[in-house]
Design a protein around this ligand. Structure first.
Ligand code: SF4
Ligand code: SF4
Length: 437
């Protein structure tokens, strides 16, 4: 096989032009978590770009493409730390997305994989009520001590074990979203809140804290009906049509709002950057998607400009912050969470050595490639342990769940919290509702 390439997506002039921007300098290598684990060129960004180039030049047969090429590509977390480190402005995100989607579109899953995807992506994620039902059941599993026994016996099959390991402590208190949450004090505006899917079911307390912090700053918080999962997982597994259906629902649900707040770095990145490219062939939704994406704000991005009430309640704790890759490398929201943390009296903030390094969560990477994800996580936890932080702060659903797994693996005594939970603690301490811890 030479020159022709197997798949036209990989031989297009646009794709080749993207590849040609890499000058193979290797300055991205040290930022790459899979290079840190394997130490091999083919599992580094530069190596993967070379592999993509070989594919674009038709240097792989179908067998090689589906096996070794796909393996090295799929082991990439798409964390984009390499893109931030690159001095040559290489658009790694675009390249890896094109290649991963090509692989996904030509991958023929077996019956079991098809069933799992149908169940998880189509029957669960778009339905927050079903997810809450599962979360309530898992809360019981944690509350009666079954979790401890299951972990002690360790008999679960690998994918289930990986899913079980990332269960956070569940607080199944769910808000009735039928009415807006009123502003507290002087009303400064109205914002719409994106509640998410896994976020709402498994980390409902983070959504509650987000809403309270917005209320405390004078915002009336609306919860548009018809909103659903952002579709990130569907998109990344090549289920574009289903992802489009979800995107249309969200775009329509939020149409009448000027500001759309979300608190999960991964969802926010999809809402901000992927909806527009999804509708390139649909002029009506393309325009709507552009308007929608322009209105999406991460909570820390919004608060840094709209913190009308300073959090003055003391929260005495030593904390560190672990960036969500999609918040840092895609949305470029880096300083805002740190500035908000430093506004809380009593907090001692310690930066970890590589806050920009992925924790190994990466969507469902930590379930599919749990061994590798755990090695990446253990490196992160070693850096966290060096800070002796009592709280690990993050801003993304997947990271928060993965870091709970990290705390258990590293056997350190630390809580994993979302940034808004700390702000909420400070406001509550200010109001005398509880102490700052
Ligand atoms: S991606 Fe950027 S940093 Fe990495 S090898 Fe290519 S040009 Fe150098
Ligand atoms: S996206 Fe992340 S895992 Fe993939 S090559 Fe870049 S740094 Fe490595």
């Amino acid at each position: 096989m030479s020159g022709q390439g197997i798949y036209p997506e990989l031989t297009s002039p646009n794709f080749k032009a993207l590849l040609d921007t890499c000058i193979h300098c290797g300055l991205c290598m040290q930022a790459c978590p899979t290079f840190a684990v394997f130490g091999t060129e083919m599992d580094s960004p530069r190596g993967r770009i070379r592999l993509m180039k070989a594919a674009s030049e038709g240097r792989f047969g179908i067998e090689e493409f589906n096996n070794s090429f796909a393996k090295h590509i799929n082991l990439c977390l798409s964390c984009l730390a390499c893109q931030s480190a690159c001095p040559s402005n290489v658009k790694y995100s675009q390249m890896i997305e094109i290649v991963k989607l090509t692989i996904a579109h030509h991958h023929k899953p077996g019956i079991f994989e098809r069933f799992v995807r149908w169940l998880g992506f189509r029957q669960m994620m778009p339905y927050v009520g079903r997810l809450r039902f599962v979360a309530r059941f898992l809360w019981l599993y944690e509350a009666i001590g079954l979790q401890k026994l299951v972990r002690l016996l360790g008999f679960l099959p690998k994918p289930l074990k990986a899913m079980e390991a990332i269960l956070p402590p569940i607080v199944p208190k769910y808000r009735n979203y039928s009415k807006p949450a009123p502003a507290i004090g002087e009303k400064r505006g109205v914002v719409a809140f994106f509640i998410g899917c896994i976020q709402e079911a498994f980390l409902a307390q983070v959504n509650e804290a987000t809403i309270r912090v917005l209320q405390r700053n004078g915002y009336e918080v609306h919860f548009p009906k018809g909103q659903t999962c952002c579709g990130a997982a569907h998109l990344h597994f090549g289920d574009d049509e289903f992802a489009k259906n979800l995107a249309r629902k969200n775009i329509d649900a939020f149409e009448n709002y000027d500001v759309i707040i979300n608190n999960a770095g991964g969802c926010g990145a999809t809402l901000k950057t992927e909806y527009v490219s999804l509708f390139e062939d649909d002029p009506i939704y393309l325009e709507k998607a552009k308007k929608f994406s322009d209105k999406v704000k991460d909570i820390s991005e919004f608060l840094i400009d709209n913190l009308h009430v300073l959090p003055k309640g003391e929260v005495k704790a030593k904390v560190t912050y672990s960036d969500s890759c999609h918040l840092r490398h895609v949305q470029k929201v880096i300083d805002q969470p740190r500035a908000l943390l430093s506004s809380i009296p009593g907090l001692e903030f310690v930066e970890i050595k590589s806050p920009d390094r992925c924790c190994g969560s990466a969507g469902v990477y930590n379930i599919i490639y749990s061994d590798i994800a755990n090695q990446i996580l253990d490196m992160k936890m070693a850096e966290i342990a060096d800070t002796s932080a009592e709280m690990i702060v993050t801003s993304n659903t997947g990271c928060q769940m993965q870091l709970w797994n990290g705390v258990n693996r590293a056997k350190i005594k630390a809580k994993v919290v979302h940034l808004v939970e700390l702000l909420d603690m400070s406001y509550r301490a200010m109001d005398g509702k509880e102490s700052g811890r």
